[in-house]
Design a protein around this ligand. Structure first.
Ligand SMILES: [Zn+2]
Ligand SMILES: [Zn+2]
Length: 246
């Protein structure tokens, strides 16, 4: 086993706030340049660029976890990751059922584009993807776990769209596979003001919206090889796998 470096929170050009340069090919290229072994693709309420990024990554020796950053009805951001494309498609169905139709105004909020390997636009998303889903945190958590996915409340230390900013506390019954802290959060300080987080596995990611941000925060996984099951075992701290303290 050895340590593999992961940045599990990266937005593509499908997120309205994602830079136009964040194509799947560019993301893979930058991740490899930064020495990452694993990345997570987490567009706001969307999965459309995840599979192509995984394909490009696979051909270039980069493991890509496919998922999304969901916004619950309480406007808590949560990362969700799935092992296979079937589960990812079911997540997309769930998003389609729960995303209210608010038209995106690209000149105001940004473009929401699906692109292929050669950066050719294949689809433009009409709905504003940053809207909150009509599903509360506890339902989103249940749904993700029902498909065998990983459920990770995002950037818990932030003053917007975090579990603390929106709910004021960790809800009872929170069954998170990990909790994410953002780039500049001092773990020791944060844990001393939130000791209830101590039982949870903590990860740190970049929440990249432009190529230069990729890998500016990361988490190391002690695992056999980069794959979904090994990452899940590390998050649970079982069979000798673990996540390095951030
Ligand atoms: Zn977020
Ligand atoms: Zn994000």
């Amino acid at each position: 086993m050895k340590l593999f470096r992961a940045d599990l929170h990266i937005h593509t050009v499908l997120s309205p706030c994602g830079d136009l340069e964040m194509s799947p090919s560019e993301i893979v290229k930058n991740a490899l340049r930064k020495g990452l072994d694993i990345i997570g693709i987490t567009d706001h309420n969307a999965t459309g660029n995840a599979k192509i990024t995984k394909e490009i990554g696979e051909r270039n020796g980069l493991f890509v976890l496919c998922g999304a950053e969901l916004s619950t009805s309480e406007e808590v951001h949560c990362l969700a990751f799935f092992e296979n494309t079937d589960a990812l498609d079911r997540l997309q169905d769930y998003i389609d059922m729960n995303l209210p139709f608010v038209k995106n105004i690209s000149s105001l909020f940004g473009y929401q584009l699906e692109v292929d390997e050669n950066e050719i636009i294949t689809r433009e998303e009409d709905r504003l993807l940053t809207s909150a889903l009509l599903a509360k945190l506890s339902d989103v958590q249940l749904f993700i776990h029902s498909l065998g996915g990983l459920f990770i409340p995002a950037h818990a230390d932030r003053l917007r769209n975090s579990i603390y900013s929106q709910l004021g506390m960790l809800p009872g019954g929170l069954d998170a596979d990990a909790v994410e802290l953002s780039r500049n959060c001092k773990t020791t300080n944060f844990l001393s003001s939130h000791p209830e987080l101590k039982p949870f596995t903590l990860i740190r990611s970049s929440d990249s919206h432009c190529p230069g941000d990729i890998g500016t925060a990361s988490t190391e996984f002690m695992i056999e090889k980069p794959c979904f099951d090994e990452i899940r075992m590390a998050l649970r701290g079982i069979n000798g796998r673990y996540v390095e303290r951030i």
